[in-house]
Design a protein around this ligand. Structure first.
Ligand SMILES: Cc1cc2nc3c(=O)[nH]c(=O)nc-3n(C[C@H](O)[C@H](O)[C@H](O)COP(=O)(O)OP(=O)(O)OC[C@H]3O[C@@H](n4cnc5c(N)ncnc54)[C@H](O)[C@@H]3O)c2cc1C
Length: 342
């Protein structure tokens, strides 16, 4: 049986596709080509027109869309209904989409409704005809396993960094609009509150990871704490450089122990063995010792630099490409001045 490969993604609030969605599109199109399969692209959202235009050149034979107010905001019942309708209309046997929180929330349910199966956190795809398979992560990215399945449809959610983001000239597309019966709606998004007191500092798409370690909240060379200044320096840099803010476990744990803390951080910022494993091209670590349980969270960060006062810190032992032996307060003051010249 010839496969039909469906690329499935929600559009963002502004109608565009996220970088992760565009990466999944590159992966889906390579699978379709590799398997000699029919390729269908499906988008859902309040207004899919600009998303459709951006993927016009992806090589799909059909473009499907669910475009209605009901899927303008993420919600299990309506997103699942839209995804199911697109998958059925496509007659898809292999469905690829981004491993975003929005799609990951509904994809398993949709796979079940279609009597199919699903694999998430897909890290590589092997498109040999006759032995189509994937490599995926298990147990929070500690174990990598190869998977082949005969059950169809097979839903695959692709992790970031697996394929380059799709780019092509925009062009008009005349998609097939699919009507979806409105399911029972019990949930509405009234607004978004970030878990940390202030702004959203976790930016998975950022070019750089900036890590703050517990040293920022320790007594400094003058014997005093400078936590307020630390918070200002960190947030100023993160805002100016548009980097993503990570932290160590020691720093986020100290909040629970009633110590002086950086209010801009929560456990969601924690990078490491018991935290996240973000994927940024570059990383800069400050006031962080660079112990293995933390650095293991840096495994996908390709270029690593650290600022530490201690020449024997963990970063010095082969864990960073460059270690600056310096006072992070001084370094960050200087860097921030470069962003705001007088
Ligand atoms: C099972 C287990 C799981 C763990 N999981 C994680 C995890 O997921 N993530 C994680 O981060 N940790 C984790 N840890 C904890 C980890 O082992 C370390 O204890 C932690 O990362 C240390 O945090 P830190 O480097 O911020 O603090 P510290 O070890 O206290 O280091 C502070 C550093 O700041 C430097 N410093 C101080 N002032 C300055 C200055 N002005 N300029 C420059 N440098 C300065 C000091 O030289 C020092 O090296 C785990 C531990 C265990 C046992």
């Amino acid at each position: 049986m010839t496969d039909t490969v469906l690329y499935l993604a929600p559009v963002e609030e502004d109608g565009s596709l996220s970088r992760l969605s565009l990466e999944a599109l590159s992966a889906a199109s390579s699978v379709a080509v590799g398997l000699g399969a029919q390729f269908v692209a499906g988008l859902f959202g309040g207004d899919v027109s600009s998303g459709m235009r951006s993927i016009a050149g992806c090589g799909a034979a059909r473009f499907l869309a669910v475009q209605t107010e009901m899927v303008s905001q993420p919600r299990y019942s309506t997103d699942a209904a839209a995804a199911e309708a697109i998958a059925r209309a496509a007659g898809a046997t292999i469905i690829l989409g981004p491993h975003s929180s929005r799609l990951a929330r509904v994809a398993a349910g949709v796979a079940s409704r279609l009597h199919g199966c699903i694999d998430t956190h897909v890290a590589a795809i092997h498109t040999n005809p006759g032995s189509f398979g994937i490599t995926r992560w298990f147990y929070r990215q500690r174990i990598e396993g190869g998977v082949q399945r005969t059950l169809r449809p097979w839903f695959l959610l692709i992790d970031s960094g697996v394929a380059p983001a799709f780019t092509a000239a925009v062009a008009d597309v005349d998609p097939e609009f699919i009507a979806v019966p409105v399911p029972t709606i019990r949930t509405a998004t009234l607004g978004i509150e970030t878990s940390s007191a202030g702004e959203q500092t976790i930016r998975p798409d950022a070019d750089m990871l900036f890590v703050a370690g517990a040293g920022w909240t320790r007594k400094q060379r003058d014997g005093a704490l400078h936590v307020e200044e630390a918070e200002e320096l960190i947030l100023d840099f993160v805002r100016s450089s548009r980097s993503s803010l990570g932290s160590t476990k020691s720093l986020t744990d100290s909040a629970g122990e009633g110590q002086t803390v950086l209010h801009c951080l929560s456990h969601l910022n924690q990078v490491g063995q018991t935290g996240s494993t973000p994927r940024h091209p570059k990383g800069l670590s400050t006031c962080c010792h660079g112990e293995e349980p933390h650095v293991v969270g840096w495994r996908f960060v390709r270029e690593r630099r650290a600022v530490n006062l201690d020449p024997n810190c963990g970063w010095a032992r082969g864990k960073a490409d460059v270690l600056y032996l310096a006072d992070a307060f001084e370094v960050m003051r200087h860097l921030n001045r470069l962003f705001h010249p007088p």
